[in-house]
Ligand binder design. Structure first.
Ligand code: GLV
Ligand code: MG
Length: 317
């Protein structure tokens, strides 16, 4: 996971709105997804494809990961979305996001279509990654096969709004804790998605929180999936970006500590350090498992561009 690009914040931008597309370029999100699906009215979809191709080819997106969400395979739009967007701007695009993925076959169908479009436009085959959104009961029971369905898969994403509809959840407050339910109603779903993503070695991304003016509530929801290990979350509004960037990166203290563990353990296991399999770092005993945990935190911190504020000095004998 350490080499993966950071996806702490993934900004949703409706493809039908050229002003929002322009504004998104300057915002500090790690990733943008330009939407042809649920944020675009059916009559606006053809125009949105053109806006998106133009916005991608104009450039100005900086280091952001650029994704386009196409429509799901049950509609009449998916093939045309892919042909127009990848055909028109494939060189300036990183991933296609496929919503409402039901089974591995839907990912394979997109993989094959992408291969043809890449060949037809002289793009490297396999250039475009796939982000799979899990938003239905059927998608969740197939999530393990979905995660392994194509080498193009880069993320597995939770779509809470569609998911809540799919399972008949009795709440309209998307992604929030509910006063009538003592626990976290989404824990099981988040964990299933996380296990599939980790087994496959790809990123796990939490979906949207719709009360966009309530940043403290966004933070509360984001901290739950960040704590489990999720790599990032959608943001629907510029006001949610800073919170996501902070919550899905390690704290400075945790990052420094992780780098320190890596150095201390490397030294302890070396000839000079006495070839020890476990060692003390201050009051903490560290061993190979500590190194693995530290690698995760250090990897997230490095991907987020964090800098160390302390360094390791071998103890004097
Ligand atoms: C996102 O697409 C969702 O349905 O929550
Ligand atoms: Mg959805």
């Amino acid at each position: 996971m350490a080499e993966l690009r950071s996806r702490r914040s993934n900004l949703a931008v409706p493809g039908s709105n050229p002003r929002f597309l322009e504004k998104a370029k300057g915002l500090p999100a790690d990733q943008v997804f330009l939407d042809l699906e649920d944020a675009c009215a059916p009559l606006a979809k053809p125009g949105a494809r053109k806006n998106i191709v133009a916005a991608l080819n104009e450039g100005g997106w900086g280091e952001k990961i650029r994704t386009v969400r196409v429509n799901d395979w049950t509609t009449e739009w998916t093939f045309q979305d892919v042909i127009e967007v990848v055909g028109g701007a494939g060189a300036n695009l990183d991933c296609i996001m496929l919503p409402k993925v039901q089974d591995a076959g839907q990912v394979q169908a997109l993989d094959m279509l992408l291969t043809q479009v890449e060949k037809a436009h002289g793009l490297e085959v396999g250039k475009i990654g796939i982000e799979a959104q899990i938003e239905t009961a059927q998608g969740l029971i197939n999530v393990n096969q979905i995660a392994f369905a194509s080498p193009r898969i880069e993320t597995i994403i939770y779509g809470p709004a569609d998911f809540m509809a799919s399972i008949n959840m009795k709440s309209l407050v998307v992604g929030a804790l509910h006063p009538d339910y003592p626990g976290d109603p989404f824990h099981y779903i988040l964990m299933q998605i996380l296990m599939a993503a980790r087994a496959r070695g790809v990123q796990a991304i939490d979906g949207p929180f719709l009360q966009v003016r309530d940043v403290p509530a966004f933070e509360e929801v984001a901290k739950r999936s960040a704590m489990l290990g999720f790599d990032g979350k959608w943001v629907l509004h510029p006001g949610q970006i800073d919170a996501a960037n902070e919550i899905y990166a390690p704290s400075q203290e945790d990052y420094d500590h992780a780098e320190l563990i890596l150095d201390a353990y490397e030294w302890a296991t070396s000839e000079a350090g006495g070839k020890k399999g476990s060692a003390m770092l201050g009051d903490e005993m560290i061993d190979e498992a500590s190194r693995k945990m530290a690698l995760v935190i250090a990897g997230k911190g490095r991907a987020a561009g964090m800098a160390r504020t302390s360094s390791f000095t071998p103890p004097e004998e």
